[in-house]
Design a protein around this ligand. Structure first.
Ligand code: PD2
Ligand code: ZN
Length: 287
């Protein structure tokens, strides 16, 4: 459980000295697992402001310390091979904290090629959710192009939706439509959370329908010659893109807590290009 120990005090004073804004520091502490009130209180103190009446003492601070994320059982089946609707999928690696599973053979080579060919002419520059407004912005930290497919758009997409839902063991109705992303050489997706941060005003627009995102499956549609790994910088994990393989990660538990260790990104593509297909699952039926 994060507490404002000597290391955090050092972090607070050096960020104040570097001229960081209080809001950016509070955001960073919340992302590291602190309760918003505890983060606000520590940051205001670091800026030399007197504690407000509502968050006065160290005791109050300790009490408002966040409950750490509780790792409950993920829904994905156990075993080394999982029957996913119409296909046997191999489990290559499992991590418990954060909950990450690497799969092989989620799609065949032909299915990967078919998804790429269908998508090539439909690509549009990718957007990211603006945390303040909830609107989609084209921004620098996501250099890729993408296309969305409606759930069950045709029989091929429907089969993939069913296979993925079966593998993630989460209802097909709770899934967002599949998204295809294409990165050219140098393209990347800087580290981010796939969940909508509850303390950011723009998130409400996105969670109004279907609730929070609970888990992601990123499927690699081609072998990337160099770079382009999916990275989890807080966990020190990196997953290489191999055609037909996939990485699953789960960030919301049964108590609706969110796991900050699932911070992840797409590392820069150093050679060739990279195609992925992503499925995000929600708490409830979506769309
Ligand atoms: O391209 C990836 O590996 C990647 C990494 C992180 C994709 C996403 N996130 C995403 O689409 O959310
Ligand atoms: Zn992501």
């Amino acid at each position: 459980m994060p507490v404002v120990d000597a290391a955090w005090e050092e972090w607070l004073s050096s960020n104040v000295a570097r001229g960081c804004s209080p809001d950016s520091m509070i955001d960073a502490m919340v992302q590291a697992g602190f309760a918003t009130q505890a983060a606000q209180s520590a940051v205001h103190r670091a800026f030399g402001e007197p504690p407000s009446a509502s968050v006065a003492t160290e005791a109050a601070l300790a009490q408002s310390a966040p409950r750490t994320f509780q790792y409950d059982e993920p829904p994905v089946a156990s075993g080394n091979v999982i029957r996913a609707h119409d296909r046997d999928v191999r489990v290559l690696m499992r991590s418990e904290r954060p909950q990450v599973i690497v799969f092989g053979d989620v799609l065949s080579k032909d299915e990967c090629a078919e998804m790429i060919e269908r998508s090539r002419h439909r690509l549009k520059r990718s957007t990211t959710v603006n945390p303040d407004t909830g609107k989609e912005d084209v921004i620098r930290n996501r250099t890729s192009e993408g296309v969305w497919y409606q759930r069950g758009e045709d029989s091929f997409i429907e089969m993939l939706d069913r296979r993925i839902s079966s593998l993630m063991n989460w209802p097909v109705e709770n899934g967002e439509g599949l998204q295809i992303l294409h990165y050219n050489t140098t393209g990347e997706y800087r580290p981010h959370f796939d969940y909508f941060p509850p303390d950011q005003p723009g998130s409400a627009v996105h969670t109004a329908q279907g609730g929070q995102r609970v888990a992601t499956l990123v499927i690699y549609l081609n072998d990337v010659p160099d770079g382009g790994e999916t990275i989890f910088p807080e966990a020190g994990l990196s997953v290489a893109a191999q055609q037909g393989g996939a990485v699953y990660f789960r960030y919301m538990n049964g108590q609706r807590q969110l796991d900050p260790l699932t911070l992840h990104g797409g590392a820069p593509v150093l050679g060739g290009d990279k195609w992925i297909m992503t499925k995000w699952m929600r708490e409830r039926a979506y769309g």
